[in-house]
Each structure stands twice: as C-alpha cells, then as structure tokens.
Design a protein around this ligand. Structure first.
Ligand SMILES: C[S@@+](CC[C@H](N)C(=O)[O-])C[C@H]1O[C@@H](n2cnc3c(N)ncnc32)[C@H](O)[C@@H]1O
Length: 243
C-alpha cells in the first residue's frame, strides 16, 4: 500500500519561509494564472483555490477582479490563519475554510456556480486514479466556459529533460535566494530541507508528479474541451482545461 503523505505544520512554516526561493518564478506564475482565468475584469464570479496556503493567489485574484469572490481551502491551521489575515480586508468576498484534499466530502460543498478552480503546488499529493476522479468531478462542477487551472510540479520520462529541469531549478533558486535573502543561504536551506526537485532525479515518497501530456489526456477524458500546458519551467508547470 502506498503510504499517504502527511503535510505537517512544520512543512507549512518551511514553505512560508522558502517559497519565494524554491518555487520557480512565482510572481510570473501568478500573473499567468490571472491571465488564464476566464472572466472579464469587471465580471462577478466565484473561484475556489484548493490548498490555497497563505492566500497569495487569492489576494491577487480579488485585486485583479474587483467583483470576484474566492473560497480558499486548506488543511493547515497556520496557512488558514495567514490567509484569513491577508484576505480580511476583502470582507465577504473571501472565505477561508478547512478541508482535506484526500477526503471525498468537500467537492459537494464547493460554491455553485463556480467559474474557476485553481490549485498551486498541491495536487501532486494525489495518486493517478484519485486525480483522474477529481478532474471528472470538477469538470461536472464548473460552469460552462469555466476552467480548472493547476500550477504544480510535473514528471518527465526522459533523463536528459530531467537533467535540464534540475539545472534550470538550481539556477533559478540560486538567483531567487540572492534576490530574497542576499546570499545563497536560502538556496542551501531549500536544498537541504528537500524543496529541491529531487523528483527530477529520484521519486520522493508522497510526491506523485505525472507528465503533463498524461494529465492533459486525463483532463480531456474528464470532459474538458480545451486542454493545454500554459507555462513550464524547471520541473513546474501550469496546465489545465476549459469547459
Ligand atoms: C506547497 S504549499 C502551496 C500553498 C499555495 N497553494 C501556494 O502555492 O503558495 C501546499 C499547501 O497544501 C496544503 N495541503 C497539503 N496537503 C493537504 C491536504 N491533504 N489537505 C488539505 N490541504 C493540504 C498545505 O497546507 C499547504 O498550504
């Protein structure tokens, strides 16, 4: 039996410290996600962010789309506390709720209608069958024209591509460390604490990245009409589909 990964509050603390260093081009990814949301700037609509963390993406959505509402779901109390405080000034346009991604009970509770479901750096905790089922359930749940947008680590079957991704990650994480903390200490800590994409070399317990191409097929099977990889760098990708 595959051991289920357990995200701990220590992981949340480490991620809060290291994300700006360990996640490739985070601001660029956020801008790409915002551009991909299928809504006009002044439209009223609702999005759900699965494993929303400290609420940075939700904050960016609420700012870009002034009539939007977001539901930020996360299993970590520390993350929810951070998200709730970050999003408080948006009033009832933002809700921060506890959920367990591994359970089956939360999909029915998603807002309806929901225009867009997003998730960043989290769905790789789901194994293939569970993820395919999630894609099907979300395709049913989304409004016509709505989108599922996933930013996450991805796998590749080719050793040379893996090496290229690993080199890209090293270069970016070093640059980001210099920019964020003024030295390579952040990069070294990220590497030591396992945020380096070891999945590019060896599969790590609890992390189940799949190739983008395979996941695009799952999205198509699930009923998404337009599926694509929208961004890819250093073993991280933004991919998804529109209804
Ligand atoms: C790497 S962080 C990403 C946070 C945020 N999406 C971002 O990109 O900044 C992963 C998030 O997933 C949440 N998480 C991990 N496993 C979870 C689970 N089984 N149920 C609910 N939340 C989970 C963690 O609490 C954490 O906030």
């Amino acid at each position: 039996m595959t051991e289920q990964p357990v995200w701990t509050e220590t992981d949340s603390r480490d991620f809060l410290d290291l994300a700006e260093i360990a996640v490739p081009a985070r601001a660029e990814q956020t801008r790409a996600l915002l551009d991909l949301i299928p809504a006009a700037p002044e439209e009223a609509f609702t999005v759900a962010d699965l494993c929303a963390g400290e609420g940075l993406l939700c904050e960016a959505i609420l700012s870009r789309f002034p009539r939007s509402h977001v539901v930020a779901l996360d299993g970590s109390e520390l993350m929810r506390t951070n998200a709730a405080s970050r999003l408080a000034h948006f009033g009832d346009r933002a809700r921060v709720l506890a959920f367990n991604l591994d359970a089956d009970d939360w999909i029915d509770g998603l807002p309806s209608p929901v225009r867009c479901v997003l998730s960043s750096m989290a769905l790789h905790h789901l194994e293939a069958e569970r993820k395919r089922r999630l894609f099907r359930e979300l395709a049913e749940k989304l409004e016509g024209g709505g989108a599922l947008l996933v930013a996450d680590i991805i796998a590749t079957s080719s050793q040379s591509v893996r090496r290229s991704f690993a080199t890209q990650w090293d270069e970016l994480a070093r640059d980001q460390s210099l920019a964020v903390v003024g030295s390579l200490n952040g990069y070294e800590r990220a590497t030591k604490e396992g945020w380096r994409p070891t999945w590019l070399v060896d599969k790590k317990d609890g992390e189940m990245p799949y190739p983008v191409f395979e996941q695009l097929k799952w999205l198509e099977e699930a009923g998404f009409a337009l599926v694509d990889c929208f961004w890819l760098r250093a073993g991280h990708s933004i991919y998804g589909g529109y209804r």
